[in-house]
Design a protein around this ligand. Structure first.
Ligand code: SF4
Ligand code: SF4
Length: 156
């Protein structure tokens, strides 16, 4: 499959050699593994701060491609959609999926071998079973009080 994310844009092994705030925009974008799990709704326990991922997806999420169906104008439909940047990452990392490349690097961990930057294949994230492909239910179909019935275990 062709990769919707441009990967051959950076310095060799840039994610291991440079801090996140020194990456070019293209290198930053290339870090996304395409899993789509940040577009799933989460439940946060107000007392413990624990975050659980559900398979209830954002209204714009397409789980066949694991992409946003209208990325350029998504804020018109989903104003709460977070734009992840090196600056916003420290505040957002705790609710990002545990396998998310941005969260891993923020926590000083290496990327998994299935990351397309390492495997050279965008399909490897789906084959590894760590993406949201074919996994979701639309948020229109599930009232918020039932989201806890759709919590998913994250691979770690
Ligand atoms: S969870 Fe992280 S790696 Fe996965 S799609 Fe979202 S930003 Fe990209
Ligand atoms: S608006 Fe698009 S990018 Fe934002 S959470 Fe929804 S599907 Fe994901």
């Amino acid at each position: 499959m062709s990769d919707p994310i441009q990967r051959d844009v950076g310095r060799p092994r840039f994610w291991e050699r440079y801090p996140l705030d020194e990456l070019s925009n293209a290198e930053w974008e290339a870090l996304c593994d395409g899993c789509g799990k940040c577009c799933l709704n989460k439940l946060e326990d107000e007392e413990t701060g624990q975050v659980e991922l559900t398979r209830v997806a954002c209204r714009l999420f397409d789980d066949a491609t694991c992409r946003c169906a209208n990325y350029e104008i998504r804020k018109q439909f989903v104003p709460e959609c977070v734009v992840l940047t090196p600056k916003s990452l420290p505040d957002s990392a705790y609710w990002m999926p545990r396998t998310c490349a941005y969260r891993l690097l923020h926590e000083g961990k290496p990327l998994y071998p299935w990351h397309p930057l390492l495997s050279g294949d965008p399909q490897s994230v789906h084959d590894a079973g760590v993406s949201a492909q074919g996994l979701t239910v639309p948020e229109f179909d599930v009232p918020e009080e039932d989201w806890e019935d759709h919590i998913i275990e994250e691979p770690v």
